[in-house]
Design a protein around this ligand. Structure first.
Ligand code: MEV
Length: 331
């Protein structure tokens, strides 16, 4: 049976998470940790999803709907919704099997859910020869990202994971619809060490916390967002000049505002402080916060020193590339 393998990368925010949900710019990069999806055509109408993190789901196509949905973990529900969208849009009658294996821990702040959406779409696209362009993934997938993030999502990581690279992104309205403007910041020789606190944290909860805070303390949150916006703008210029020392400083400054928004965590703070003490140029949490990962921008020669210090805190140091290729078919 026809089989297609595809993958899509996770992401890290250099600056601007949370504020990006409300239309401010953010700088986000695709990273060298990927989610892999193998799609296999079936002769019947069954759809089976096997996930290394969330077990299995099963359903079958009747008309243009997926009926008798069976799944153990709720995380597979939006993936079935995505399959149903594909069934409807491309009038599929035959089912398929999806086998998901990820190098990105779920709820770790490295955008595992976005990577899985992009990798599934790429694999199904390859299986059926739809030729969906990567720049159209945002439109196709945003509704699922919103559901996963509990009702509010910028979609920044969808652009990062589908198109890859190191990007400035900003939500805009285009013809009355949500769209994301993207400026590719080019290939940079930056070195990062990710520190996974192993504290699982659902992005949806942190996003909801910021929404509540914004309602209660509008002026306070505006001040945080305004400062984050200034940091993003300054960072874009420093990235263009390839000055990692300045970029690092701006990352650490962004972390202060994330702390003020109440989305950091004592373990993240400890890792960030440790990375800085061991010579990192800058460090911050990435993604929703309240756990998950932080990352440090380092000089090449300090990579192992910072990684060792993070591991000694009983966290997982991950050395990974940035600005990598987006969703792709694997040989
Ligand atoms: C989550 O990884 C990033 C947030 O900015 C949410 C979003 O952009 O949808 C917190």
């Amino acid at each position: 049976m026809k089989t297609v393998k595809a993958s899509a990368p996770g992401s890290l925010f250099f600056a601007g998470e949370h504020a990006v949900v409300y239309g401010l710019p953010a700088i986000v990069t695709a990273i060298g940790k990927r989610t892999n999806v193998t799609a296999v055509q079936r002769r019947d109408s069954k759809i089976i999803i096997k996930s290394d993190a969330f077990e299995t789901a099963e359903t079958h196509i009747v008309g243009q709907k997926l009926v008798n949905r069976k799944f153990e973990k709720k995380e597979l529900e939006p993936l079935l919704d995505l399959c149903e969208k594909c069934v409807k849009k491309f009038k599929l009658q035959k089912g398929f099997e999806l086998d998901i294996k990820s190098e990105i821990m779920p709820e770790s702040g490295m955008s595992s859910s976005t990577a899985v959406l992009c990798a599934i779409l790429k694999a199904l696209d390859g299986l059926h020869d739809w030729n969906i362009k990567e720049e159209d993934y945002f439109d196709f997938l945003l509704e699922f990202q919103i559901k996963i993030h509990g009702g509010k999502a910028s979609g920044a990581e969808l652009v990062s994971s589908s198109m890859g690279g190191f990007n400035l992104v900003q939500k805009i309205q285009k013809n009355g619809k949500n769209a994301l403007e993207r400026r590719n910041l080019g290939k940079k020789e930056f070195f990062v060490v990710v520190g996974n606190t192993k504290i699982r944290s659902a992005t949806a909860l942190a996003v909801q916390h910021v929404a509540n805070l914004k309602q209660r303390k509008q002026k306070y949150v505006k001040e945080c967002f305004d400062n984050i916006e200034t940091i993003v703008e300054a960072m874009e210029k420093e990235i263009a000049k390839s000055t990692p020392i300045q970029v690092g400083k701006l990352m650490t400054e962004n972390q202060k505002w994330l702390e003020k928004l109440g989305v950091s965590h004592p373990k993240l703070d400890e890792c960030i402080q440790t990375a800085l003490v061991h010579g990192a140029l800058g460090a911050k949490l990435s993604g929703g916060g309240w756990g998950g990962v932080m990352f440090a921008l380092v000089e090449k020669q300090t990579t192992s020193k910072v990684a060792k210090a993070i591991n000694e805190l009983n966290c997982n140091a991950i050395v990974t590339e940035i600005g990598v290729e987006g969703a792709r078919i694997e040989k």
